[in-house]
Design a protein around this ligand. Structure first.
Ligand SMILES: [Zn+2]
Length: 133
């Protein structure tokens, strides 16, 4: 998931869009008994500024599948998440870093996957848990 910023600059493509399919590593699955099913759809828009900083509006979409956290029947939920992030060519604590040439979106996408995941997966909004009657 790389954007070749140096090349895009040379082509004067200061504004643009991108899209990738991304298979996330296992350790990004946070909800017990659930997994991200298939690829995460990654798309977004970038803008390159004069100082080589790059602003990105990042959207990810994926399907979380597994067992309902309350009643354990099969459940799935579609998740979409958008964030605005900034890549700088100098390291600081608040933004992402790239070397001014190739910008790798992986860490931002991984972060978005972690932030966007719910604490539980439910089969329906008002699941009451295992029916014991
Ligand atoms: Zn349930």
């Amino acid at each position: 998931m790389e954007l070749e910023i140096k090349k895009l600059n040379a082509l004067r493509k200061y504004l643009g869009e991108f899209s990738f399919d991304y298979i996330p590593p296992e350790n990004l699955n946070l909800v017990p008994l659930c997994k991200i099913s298939g690829a995460v759809k990654v798309f977004g828009e970038y803008e390159i500024f004069d100082d080589d900083s790059v602003e990105i509006k990042l959207t990810i979409g994926y399907c979380l599948k597994g067992q309902c956290s309350y009643c354990l029947i099969d459940a799935e939920q579609k998740i979409e998440f958008t964030s605005e992030i900034l890549y700088l060519t100098e390291k600081d604590d608040d933004n992402y870093y790239y070397d001014g040439n190739k910008l790798d979106l992986k860490s931002a996408v991984d972060d978005a996957i972690l932030i966007s995941q719910p604490n539980v997966l439910l089969c329906k909004e008002d699941c009451k848990g295992i029916d014991v009657t």
